[in-house]
Design a protein around this ligand. Structure first.
Ligand code: AMP
Length: 546
């Protein structure tokens, strides 16, 4: 006789919600802090207090008519108030929509109207940035202003003071029971390669992502850490750090509006940050501060970099000059974002070339995310570290679609097509060689723009380098290297510098010396702008040979 089929005895219906993260942080790690930098000192607020404030904010938002599923926009720096909104809004059952404060006006209007934001919480210092577009918002019923600022620019909608609203409430709001699959947070892609598209994170996806990033294979952050969150809270939830911090009791260092590399260094020195997370551009900026004055980064256990490839020379400089190890990670708005961190295997000797080789990978796959590399016909390629194709991912914190079902062609068989090209080796380390849209197709072969940029940045003459493909009669496309140089040099010398480091045919013969590489709103190289400049004949292109 067949035995009875065994079923789980676990509480599998227990909802994985942001509320459970908030309650854990405030009760178990009530003394951990959100530290907001003020330019010449910091404002310290305990997690216990953050939860109280979140309850007050939820009560106030309820009175203003915010109900389950309603989108509430935030137009804020990384700050205590933004953190309170991060918890209050999803935990009351509404959806926090983080607005990118650097978006061009037209895109900002598009995403607010697309999401139908009901209320916008805005930092007083950012009112001038919001002023030109408020007249175009179709759904916004009121604004809540945190801090000081000229609120007359907000037009005829009601305006409330964040501090006054909270002061008028008791911290007795009862968090509702929520479905873990309900929408919690919304973020639009930064529109690097097209119009911004909405991604909506659930409570469950946010919870699982936070747990995963706390593994020692990822940041391994704990209550001993003070984490400087340089990556903006409007850029993929500051990589999930604010949620992970409440799980692990990690103190959060929030730079507020003091986002220059110099101010960030002041913050690290004053408050002894042990972790810091930012895009490569910001790390490069910190290094430049160090070239001008003595800086002390000794409190940093390590730093994480993501969002774009980190040049090897930059990583080596941090190691050599400040003893700071930078670990690279990969992710996208669509992946919550973390898919992997390139921590070297435990048996690799720190400080060796081999260790640095591992750190130059884009990431090592995180448990929970599945990844595959496919060729243009959709065939899966081997994990041999060499076969190159598009990276596809799936997992509990990978989006299954865009808001309103845009671009269905980016998804198939439950997998997200990342638009990134790369390889995967037999230990789960993957290497992004380019975006599908940026890779240079020369005579049927691919040239990685990222690899050329990385190598060029290693030249003592080069400050920044961005490589784009330009049309070529013979080869279809050839690389144009747009470089910012610090010292007198010429294209022939730079081409010679590259020769031998890449195949001879990959060395660019087209060069443009520019003042600065244009950046996107989240600090990445904006190749769209460079392509447009080239097309408009605005780049002075020099050729090393014909
Ligand atoms: P975003 O949605 O703005 O975070 O952009 C996601 C994109 O950033 C990815 O699809 C990659 O092209 C790029 N990216 C993120 N991390 C890395 C990395 N470590 N190396 C290279 N590119 C990266």
């Amino acid at each position: 006789m067949a035995g009875a089929r065994i079923t789980s005895t676990m509480q599998d219906d227990f909802p994985l919600t942001i509320t459970t993260i908030l309650l854990h942080g405030s009760r178990v790690f009530g003394r951990s802090e959100c530290v907001t930098w003020q330019g010449d000192g910091a404002r310290h607020t305990s997690y216990r207090q953050i939860e109280e404030n979140a309850r007050r904010l939820a009560a106030a938002l309820t009175k203003l008519g915010v109900g389950p599923g309603d989108p509430v926009g935030t137009f804020c720096w990384n700050s205590q108030e933004h953190l309170e909104a991060y918890y209050a809004v999803p935990c009351m059952g509404a959806v926090v929509h983080t607005l990118n404060i650097r978006l061009p006006a037209q895109q900002l209007v598009h995403i607010v109207n697309d999401a139908q934001d009901k209320i916008i919480i805005v930092d007083g210092s950012l009112l001038p940035a919001l002023a030109p577009v408020v007249g175009s918002f179709t759904s916004v019923e009121a604004y809540i202003v945190a801090g000081e600022g000229d609120t007359s620019v907000l037009g005829d909608r009601p305006v409330y003071s964040y501090a006054e609203l909270l002061a008028a409430e008791e911290p007795s709001f009862a968090w509702p029971e929520l479905d873990e699959r309900s929408a919690a947070v919304m973020c639009y892609t930064s529109g690097t390669t097209g119009d911004p598209r909405g991604v909506v994170y659930s409570h469950r996806s946010t919870y699982l992502h936070a747990v995963s990033t706390l593994q020692s294979a990822c940041t391994g952050a704990s209550d001993a850490d003070r984490q400087l969150t340089i990556v903006p809270m409007f850029h993929v939830n500051a990589w999930g750090i604010p949620f992970a911090a409440f799980m692990a009791g990690t103190t959060l260092h929030m730079p507020g509006k003091y986002m220059t590399p110099g101010a960030l260094v002041d913050f690290i020195e004053a408050e002894h940050s042990t972790l810091a997370s930012g895009v490569p551009t910001i790390w490069a900026g910190i290094l430049q501060v160090g070239a001008q004055r003595e800086i002390n980064l000794s409190s940093l256990r390590f730093g994480t970099s993501g969002g774009a490839a980190m040049p090897r020379s930059l990583m080596e400089a941090f190691q050599k000059q400040y003893g700071v190890t930078i670990i690279q990670g990969w992710g996208m708005t669509e992946t919550s974002p973390v898919g992997g961190l390139a921590r070297p295997p435990a048996d690799i000797e720190p400080g060796t070339v081999e260790e640095m080789d591992y750190r130059m990978k884009s990431g090592r796959l995180l448990a929970g995310v599945q990844m595959r590399i496919v060729d243009p016909e959709g065939n899966e390629l081997p994990w041999d570290g060499e076969s190159t194709g598009e990276i596809e991912v799936r997992g509990p914190w990978i989006t299954a679609s865009y808001f309103k079902g845009e671009q269905p062609e980016k998804f198939h068989d439950g997998w997200l097509r990342t638009g990134d090209i790369g390889t995967m080796d037999d230990e789960g380390y993957f290497q992004i060689s380019d975006r599908l849209k940026d890779v240079i197709k020369s005579g049927g072969e691919w040239i990685s723009s990222v690899e050329l940029e990385n190598l060029l940045t290693g030249s003592p003459h080069v400050v920044e380098a961005a490589v784009i493909g330009i049309p070529d009669d013979k080869w279809t496309e050839r690389p144009l290297a747009c470089v910012v140089v610090s010292q007198d040099t010429d294209p022939v010398a730079l081409a010679e510098f590259l020769d031998g480091k890449v195949a001879h045919w990959q060395v660019p013969e087209n060069w443009a010396f520019i003042e600065e590489v244009p950046k996107t709103t989240v600090g990445k190289f904006d190749k769209k702008v460079l392509r447009a400049r080239f097309k408009a004949g605005e780049l002075d292109v020099k050729r090393t040979h014909d």
